[in-house]
Design a protein around this ligand. Structure first.
Ligand code: IFM
Length: 469
């Protein structure tokens, strides 16, 4: 068996997001977000689940920090709820909300855990959506103001500031397929949202540089590993097209300072991109200390001739509600199993491939895996334990794949398991469990799954095979 070693400085962490765990949706001055509106709209989420109570972390944060400390983790990635700290998305800040995150950050520091704060994990204040949401440029300017408020308050007590989580989801799932809040299905608005999210990143990143110069700056992208069904020119062009929409629409402006020309050409029938103003792309390219990479599964495409039966197996909704703007000539193919409870294929080598691609294309850009993990249908055994062997196997294989990339020169500084706790899995409500710690939603009791014990050993030893025993 291969022994994987990680550098002494390698950081093991876990990740969560505000709307998925906090609950307390109307407490202490929190305003409504697009996810409150969306989840309360009949038919939008499985079983009509909402984040009203979630894992009640707003009240149980100190106990949850205890779990992080007991796991022996070096870092914790959480998100700040914009409507909790600035209820209307502009103007007045809510001191009670800021105090909550201030206590959380201090609690982490007291326990020797690095705070990694995400400014935006999808909970846009509803008032801003009513004024146009991410399709409107003004939202990026409001984000800059919000960033100045929270960075001013928490500053460099936060070790790493992450501007956005997965803008791909915010833009395409929120505004094209509508399977996420705000539930709009307007392709042109989705591309405008791509740009305004990128702009928001650049503006907020510059706020971090100015107000917290010793903090690290990052952004988290869910980058896609896209393979073609064959080497044919047509299938490889389908790969290029989806790579532009999924990956280079963000990597381009953020790391190269410009949108890729092929993206603009491919989407010309949807928009002329006139919302990109002179100087925007340079603003967006704020230098990053670390690029956050989220990875769960891979994507298989082929060119579609418009005649043969289409598979539409991208796991993000049928063709009538596709997130893939201007990709009518691309078909998403089913992949070989096994699958997680999300129906996502398990493909660890794709993670190695992704990290090596990024290393090759951006050789001076350090990286961090800011999310990786799996939902499975966990069972509480008669002994009261959760023997989640499939999750352990998933984690072990993906961490091994990351180690393979490290061994081949990828500069990966840390790994955050998704997720610390079972939580509100967006459109799937509480039906899908990603946590290494189980949450009983009736009692809010937390129980470590076997994967939590396994991860604790990995964090203690830094040796994957030893952790596997
Ligand atoms: O739960 C989500 C998280 O909010 C963002 N990344 C993917 C996870 C699993 O779907």
């Amino acid at each position: 068996m291969t022994q994987h070693h990680f550098p002494e400085s390698f950081v093991w962490g876990s990740a969560t997001a505000a709307y998925q765990i906090e609950g307390a949706a109307t407490e202490d001055g929190r305003g409504p977000s697009i996810w409150d509106t969306y989840s309360h709209t009949p038919g939008r989420t499985l079983n009509g689940d909402t984040g009203d109570v979630a894992a009640d972390h707003y009240h149980r944060w100190a106990d949850d920090l205890g779990h992080i400390a007991d796991l022996g983790l070096g870092a914790y990635r959480f998100s700040i709820s914009w409507p909790r700290v600035q209820p209307g998305g502009s103007g007045r800040f809510n001191q009670a909300g800021i105090d909550f995150y201030s206590r959380l950050v201090d609690g982490l520091l007291e326990r020797g855990v690095r705070p990694v704060a995400t400014m935006y994990h999808w909970d846009l204040p509803q008032e801003l959506e009513d004024a146009g949401g991410w399709a409107a440029r003004e939202t990026a300017l409001r984000f800059q103001e919000y960033a100045a408020g929270i960075v001013g308050a928490l500053g460099d007590r936060v070790h790493t500031w992450t501007t956005l989580n997965e803008p791909w989801c915010s833009a395409y799932l929120g505004y094209a397929s509508g399977v996420h809040a705000p539930g709009r299905t307007e392709p042109a608005a989705a591309l405008a949202a791509v740009h305004h999210l990128n702009l928001a990143h650049g503006l907020a990143g510059r706020v971090v540089r100015e107000l917290a110069p010793s903090a690290e700056l990052s952004v988290t992208l869910n980058l896609h590993v896209i393979r073609g069904a064959s080497d044919s020119a047509a299938d490889q062009d389908a790969v290029r097209r989806i790579d532009a929409l999924a990956n280079r629409a963000f990597l381009g402006p953020m790391l190269d300072g410009e949108y890729p020309a092929d993206l603009l050409a491919d989407t010309a029938s949807v928009t002329d991109w006139s919302f990109v103003r002179e100087g925007d792309e340079k603003l967006i390219a704020v230098p990053l200390d670390v690029l956050g990479v989220n990875y769960y599964s891979s994507t298989l495409v082929r060119a579609w001739d418009g005649v043969s039966a289409r598979s539409d197996a991208d796991g993000h909704g049928a063709s009538t509600s596709t997130p893939w703007v201007a990709a009518e000539n691309v078909d998403f193919l089913p992949q070989p199993g096994p699958y997680t409870a999300m129906g996502w294929n398990i493909d660890p080598p794709a993670l190695t491939e992704l990290l090596l691609r990024l290393q090759r294309e951006y050789p001076s850009q350090p990286m961090m895996i800011t999310e990786n993990g799996a939902a499975f249908d966990d069972v509480v055994s008669a002994d009261g334990r959760i023997h989640d062997d499939r999750r352990i196997d998933y984690l072990r294989r993906h961490i091994g794949a990351m180690a393979d990339a490290l061994a081949q020169g990828a500069d990966v500084r840390g790994y955050f398991v998704w997720s610390l706790l079972d939580n509100f899995e967006w459109g799937y409500g509480y039906d899908r469990r990603f946590g290494i710690i189980r949450v009983d939603y009736d009692t809010q009791v937390r129980t470590w799954k076997d994967s939590a014990h396994w991860y604790q050993r990995l964090a203690a030893t830094g040796q994957l095979d030893q952790a596997a025993k």
